[in-house]
Each structure stands twice: as structure tokens, then as C-alpha cells.
Design a protein around this ligand. Structure first.
Ligand code: 8YV
Length: 322
């Protein structure tokens, strides 16, 4: 029997994923499941050929450059890979892989939940119920905007953006989108393309961020861009917190320029901006976009598929830096 490759796994994973990892690899587990800092990541990578990590660990340039030369591949248990300096990894000859496809539907479901939760004032409604303030049904209480016939703007029409558009169409929304490039007609499915974000924003009552975070689009939703939305718009973010300037969104939620926000992701999560907790018109979730049983297994298996391919001499199918 050839020796199993040694793999450093930085977080505890679903049982079926751990079982397969243990079967096929000599796994070095982070038994405490604590989120590891730079020194622990570098230490844990000593003597390993592969790393299986999550978006909780930050593989910046300094960490990548300090990794031992034996590290060949970093497989992240996430579709987003903004927590890994993929260019630095490439320069060091380390392949980085992610987990596309398997979390598309689950994340699009949560985007729909955020859109409905924010527009239908679910946070306020739940608080009223749970705090014993529901005295009588009231014809003009807890009203929010309906979806039928309104325009939804989607920033980022990749897999998740398109899956969200499919759901939103079923709720009667007209789809507008801003993307690096225009989609083919069969993918566009009648949606209106905006080459510039600035032309889309005034047109849409609902806005959803579904693009990856890059150095270029940090704080893309800021005082200026939020100001282009019509008064009473609803903002949804299930992509990355880095896309939103929190000061600007919080000010817009307070003034009512933005009627409500549905947020599953935050800058610096889990140390998110606590001011959101004070806002009744913020529907907040702790980054559960991909949290179905099937999806989390699928993400883990996809990481292992990539490690398997690499260690059997084939190209890793989800390499993002090759
Ligand atoms: C993951 C995500 O659950 O895959 C992503 O990019 O944002 C999440 O849905 C998380 O990142 C796990 O590492």
C-alpha cells in the first residue's frame, strides 16, 4: 500500500466528510476546532502535502510565503476564496481549489429568505410575537413592499446569481443585473443587463449582492451607490461583507432611504458591526447560506475530489489559480 498523503485539516467537518478524509488521507486534525491564526497555520502545515481549510482561516501572502515547500495544494471548503492569496500561492507553486456548484441552490434559497425576511419585516414581527407585544391583529401594522411586478437588481450573475434569479422570477420580480460581461440569451432569460452599476441602481426596488469579493469591488455599496437606489429600496447580501460600507448602509437604514436589509454575511464576521443589532429593519443571519446537510457534505466531498485528483496525478478540477 502506498503511503497516504498527509493532509492538514484546519476545522472539524461533517461526519461523512471526516470519515472519507480519514479513509484516504493521513489527516492532521485541528482537534480543538478553534479558528487558527497565522502561526498555527504555518506550524500545522509542517510535513504536509495538502491542506483542507475553511473561509475562517486567513491565508494571506505572509502565511503563504512562510509555508513549507512540501505543501502542494490548498482545498478550501467554500466557493469564495478571498481568504486565500491565490496569486501568492501560485507564485509558490501551490494549487488552490474551491467548491463551486454544490452550494449554489442552498445559497440562492437563503438570498430569497433574506429578501422576504427584510421586505416582510420578519425581525420586527418575530420580536413582537416573542416579546408578548402581539395584542391584536392590525390592518396597517408591519407592512412591507410586495414583490409582484417590481424590479430586482442582481450584482453578479454567476451560478448563485442565476439560481436566485430563477427563484425571484417565480415571485413575480423583473430581473435586472450587473455583471462583468453580458450573459448569453439562454442564461439571461429575459433579464435586463446593465454594464454599469450606476445605471441599474435607480431602476431597482430590491438589490442583491451575489458576486465574489475582490480588491476592486470593496465597499461597492457605499454612500454614493446607496444614494442611487430609490427611496425605500431593500438590500440583500449573501455574498461577502467586504462589498458593503457598513457606515453608509447603517445610515441609510436609519434614515429610511433603505427600507430594510437582509444580511447573511458581514465584514469581519463574526465580529460584525454590532450597530446592526439595534436596527429593527435589519434581518440578520450568521452566514448560513450553504448550511444544508446535503450542501455541507457536498462541499467536503468536492474538496476531497480535488485532493484525490491532485494526488493521483490528475489536474484538480476546481483549481482557481492554474
Ligand atoms: C461557506 C461561503 O459556508 O462557500 C462560501 O464561499 O461563503 C459559505 O457559504 C463558508 O465559507 C465555509 O467555509
Amino acid at each position: 500500500m502506498p503511503e497516504k498523503p498527509v493532509v492538514f485539516v484546519t476545522r472539524r467537518l461533517p461526519g461523512a466528510v471526516e470519515a472519507r478524509a480519514d479513509r484516504d488521507y493521513d489527516c492532521r486534525w485541528n482537534e480543538t476546532d478553534a479558528v487558527l491564526g497565522a502561526d498555527d497555520l504555518i506550524e500545522g502545515a509542517k510535513g504536509v502535502r495538502g491542506i483542507l481549510t475553511c473561509s475562517t482561516e486567513r491565508w494571506n501572502r505572509e502565511v503563504i510565503e512562510a509555508l513549507p515547500d512540501e505543501v502542494e495544494i490548498i482545498a478550501t471548503f467554500s466557493v469564495g476564496f478571498d481568504h486565500i492569496d491565490a496569486a501568492a500561492a501560485e507564485a509558490k507553486g501551490i494549487i488552490v481549489t474551491n467548491t463551486p456548484d454544490v452550494l449554489t441552490e442552498a445559497t440562492a434559497d437563503i438570498a430569497m429568505l433574506c429578501l422576504l425576511g427584510a421586505s416582510r419585516r420578519v425581525h420586527e414581527a418575530q420580536a413582537m410575537l416573542r416579546e408578548g407585544r402581539w395584542e391584536r391583529w392590525n390592518p396597517s401594522e408591519l407592512l412591507g413592499p410586495g414583490l409582484q411586478g417590481k424590479n430586482l437588481g442582481i450584482v453578479g450573475m454567476g451560478r448563485i446569481g442565476r439560481a436566485f434569479a430563477t427563484r425571484a422570477r417565480a415571485f413575480g420580480l423583473n430581473i435586472h443585473y450587473h455583471n462583468r460581461s453580458r450573459l448569453a440569451p439562454e442564461q439571461e432569460a429575459g433579464a435586463t443587463y446593465h454594464e454599469a452599476l450606476s445605471t441599474m441602481l435607480p431602476e431597482v426596488k430590491f438589490l442583491s449582492l451575489n458576486c465574489p469579493a475582490t480588491a476592486e469591488n470593496a465597499d461597492m455599496l457605499n454612500e454614493t451607490t446607496l444614494g442611487l437606489l430609490p427611496k425605500g429600496a431593500v438590500v440583500v447580501n449573501t455574498a461577502r461583507g467586504a462589498l458593503i460600507d457598513d457606515d453608509a448602509l447603517i445610515a441609510a437604514l436609519k434614515s429610511g432611504h433603505v427600507a430594510a436589509a437582509g444580511l447573511d454575511v458581514f465584514k469581519n464576521e463574526p465580529a460584525f458591526d454590532r450597530r446592526y443589532l439595534e436596527l429593527p429593519n435589519a434581518f440578520l443571519l450568521p452566514h448560513i447560506g450553504s448550511s444544508t446537510i446535503e450542501t455541507r457534505d457536498g462541499m467536503g466531498f468536492r474538496c476531497l475530489d480535488n485532493l484525490d485528483a491532485h494526488f493521483s496525478g490528475r489536474p484538480a478540477p476546481d483549481a482557481v489559480n492554474r
